[in-house]
Design a binder for this molecule. Sequence first.
Ligand SMILES: Nc1ncnc2c1ncn2[C@@H]1O[C@H](COP(=O)(O)OP(=O)(O)OP(=O)(O)O)[C@@H](O)[C@H]1O
Ligand SMILES: [Mg+2]
Length: 186
Amino acid sequence: MNEVLRDAGGATSGARIPVDGPQEMRRLGRALAALLGPGDLVLLTGELGAGKTTLTRGIGEGLGVRGAVTSPTFVIARVHPPLGDGPPLVHVDAYRLHGGLEEMEDLDLDVTLPESVVVVEWGEGRVEELSEDRLHVAIHRTLGGAGDGPAPAAGDAPEVRTVTLIGVGERWADVDLAGLVPDRLG
Ligand SMILES: Nc1ncnc2c1ncn2[C@@H]1O[C@H](COP(=O)(O)OP(=O)(O)OP(=O)(O)O)[C@@H](O)[C@H]1O
Ligand SMILES: [Mg+2]
């Protein structure tokens, strides 16, 4: 079951969603894409290999953009143009974005951020100033239900992840993040 998170002020909304395997992570991305529009900023956090790019791949599929989303290893940002009339997806790997926001603005993308959906891996603490409204998505590995144990060693533990979504700002105040259900893969 998804857990609803809400702060007293009401300007922050959130949810905690269990995700069982990479396929389901993609399907969650597809479902999330249905909530996203031009100007939206999504910040992804989670340790190496947590599933940030996998989630972004699903977002790209859900938005209907050109090109499969892959790890932007050799570039800081990649623009995926829309195939239909939706927004482009700008996928940023901020891991090496040491100059922070200015460097991001200097990337000389051929789309503007207000017309795009911008998804930033490792974005927390680096690009918040791009928008007052933003969606923080944190991916944690969990040992089948036992919340706070050490991260399981690769290969020998249940591949369950927990995705925590926190919407910051008015944009997200009334969005039903807890209602997100991983989409079917078509
Ligand atoms: N929910 C999940 N459960 C199990 N495995 C997953 C899940 N999501 C993704 N994976 C797998 O974990 C591996 C790493 O995923 P991915 O590249 O998306 O991580 P990442 O967070 O982007 O890593 P990096 O920090 O290197 O950018 C992939 O093999 C992917 O299939
Ligand atoms: Mg990645």
